[in-house]
Design a protein around this ligand. Structure first.
Ligand code: PHE
Length: 506
């Protein structure tokens, strides 16, 4: 007789001692349980083994159960602290015992209710008294639930009393799951076959031209199709979680009455910096290092606006304005950079260049990529998505700005936004926004905002108030999903498993 390798190995292993399970055989043969199951079915089909399936129960500790297994059940810790504090003579206050027992948060209630349920003593008026003698069935030092936690951890759950298991399950300390166990027993035919000797046949998965021409096909064993085998998970294409979040942000902003702006990724410094009253000769020309492009300069800029912006830089705007009195040339303004913020789009729209002059009230946004020559670290990449936005109205205050953010972030379940005064050359007042990271508890900067200065709005020809902001989409994602490193989301180091499953709820 000639059979595939796994089947031969399985027959030999099964012959050793009586009945074995597929799992134990797989461990013994160091083979994949699915392959062993299949081999067992093949052998069973030819009457060499008998496979019997029965359901069994697997019992596992939950995380909480495992914690208590190590630290002790809360009620036992309370009991021991009470005994140590002399609570069999005189009642001791719960507060004192909680500290001594090291009980924290919900453990206090858990300890008290189970202490009472198990009859370890009395709890009255905020104080605990233990009954050292215990009732007839009560022995805190030999607690069945504590014993069961240890037994489950040791894999001996099978010997446990069902009611104790029920109790642990109710308490969320253990979980039971049904599993199917298959036993494999050699039949008489199997024994005979083994005695007569079985050759190992080569198993092939597919018929090849080589097998056919060499005639080898006649001697090999063909693997059967196995419709029950674990198939490789095929991940189809799906929208990146960042894109999903961007879409969600767009929906929310459209819902709040905003229209979407669009514009170039590579733009004249004029739109990126000059319109924003950032002096050309200043080291803080940008708050960040922008990528300059080695391309011909922007061919055209609107003359009137260029003149007005230049005058704002040189002489200032309004009665009190003084400008920078610093060099300003159109050549610099025409240099092309990758935009370091999408406030360049806001400038194009506010100036009337993009969609004509705009009358208040207006609300505009974009969720677009920006590029900065930052140092890579867990919160910085060379590019990120900025949620740009602005509101134009006759009169706006800081309250309007904060109210808008509160409303916006609430839609994403973020309700603890904090504001910090900040400096931008183009807004006054200016505020940075912070949120709390759900995993680390650290404050994370999530955006920058303010009310545009006269030096910005004057040249643009805007006569009312405009409040504006730039928020980081990636930081919003970090707060929503607890990502700690932005590189888990973007780029070659990304966490594919998380990206495959993360879903933005609409
Ligand atoms: N451009 C700012 C940034 O990228 C954001 C901002 C936009 C701030 C508009 C105020 C007004 O940080």
């Amino acid at each position: 007789m000639r059979r595939p390798e796994t089947e031969v190995a399985l027959l030999e292993a099964a012959s050793a001692t009586g009945t074995k399970t597929v799992e134990s055989l797989a461990t013994e043969l160091d083979a994949d349980p699915t392959a062993v199951t299949n081999a067992a079915f093949e052998l069973a089909a030819d009457g060499l083994v008998e496979v019997e399936a029965y359901s069994a129960e697997a019992v596992d500790l939950t995380d909480e159960g495992d914690r208590y297994r190590e630290a002790g059940l809360p009620e036992l810790r309370l009991y021991r602290a009470a005994v140590d504090a002399g609570a069999e003579d005189e009642a001791v206050s719960i507060g004192e015992l909680v500290g001594a027992a090291g009980l924290e948060g919900p453990e206090v209630d858990i300890a008290l209710s189970n202490f009472a349920r198990k009859g370890f003593g009395d709890i009255e008026e905020g104080a605990v008294r233990v009954d050292l003698a215990g009732g007839p069935d009560v022995d805190p030092e030999d607690d069945p639930e504590a014993g069961a936690l240890a037994a489950i951890a040791d894999g001996n759950a099978g010997y446990l009393d069902g009611t104790v298991l029920d109790r642990l399950e109710d308490r969320g300390l253990a979980s039971r799951t049904e599993t199917t166990v298959r036993s494999v027993t050699l039949t008489d035919e199997g024994v005979t076959a083994l005695m007569e000797g079985i050759e190992t046949a080569e198993t092939v998965g597919a018929l090849t031209p080589e097998l056919l021409t060499s005639g080898e096909w006649a001697d090999v064993e063909f693997a059967d199709y196995n419709v029950e085998a674990d198939a490789e998970t095929d991940y189809g294409g799906r929208k990146h979680v960042l894109r999903q979040t961007a879409d969600r942000v767009k929906d929310v902003l459209v819902g709040m009455g905003f229209s979407e702006m669009e514009g170039p990724h590579a733009d004249a410094e004029f739109w990126i910096n000059d319109c924003l009253f950032m002096p050309q000769d200043h080291p803080a020309r940008t708050h960040w290092d922008q990528f300059a492009l080695d391309v011909p300069p922007m061919r055209e800029l609107p003359d009137d606006l260029v003149a007005a912006v230049e005058s704002a830089h040189r002489e200032g705007v309004g009665a009190d304005g003084d400008g920078y009195h610093s060099p300003w040339t159109e050549d610099v303004a025409k240099g092309v950079d990758l935009r370091g913020h999408t406030t360049s789009l806001s400038m194009r729209y506010l100036s009337g260049e993009q969609v004509g002059d705009l009358d208040p009230p207006q609300r505009w946004f974009s969720v677009e990529k920006v590029y900065r020559n930052d140092t890579l670290d867990p919160t910085h990449l060379l590019e990120f998505f900025q949620i740009e936005g602005w509101v134009m109205a006759e009169e706006l205050s800081v309250r309007d700005l904060m109210g808008t953010f509160t409303e916006f972030y609430e839609r994403f379940g973020i309700t603890d936004i904090q504001f910090k005064p900040h400096y931008n050359p183009y807004t006054e007042p200016s505020f940075e926004l912070f949120g709390t990271h759900p995993e680390t508890g650290e404050m994370v900067e999530i955006g920058n905002s303010g009310i545009f200065r006269e030096e910005v709005l004057g040249p643009l020809g805007v006569e009312c108030d405009v409040m504006a902001w730039g928020l980081a989409l990636e930081r919003l994602l970090m707060l929503m999903y607890g990502f700690e490193d932005i590189r888990d989301v973007h780029g070659t180091l990304c966490d594919l498993d998380r990206l495959r499953t993360a879903e933005v709820v609409h």
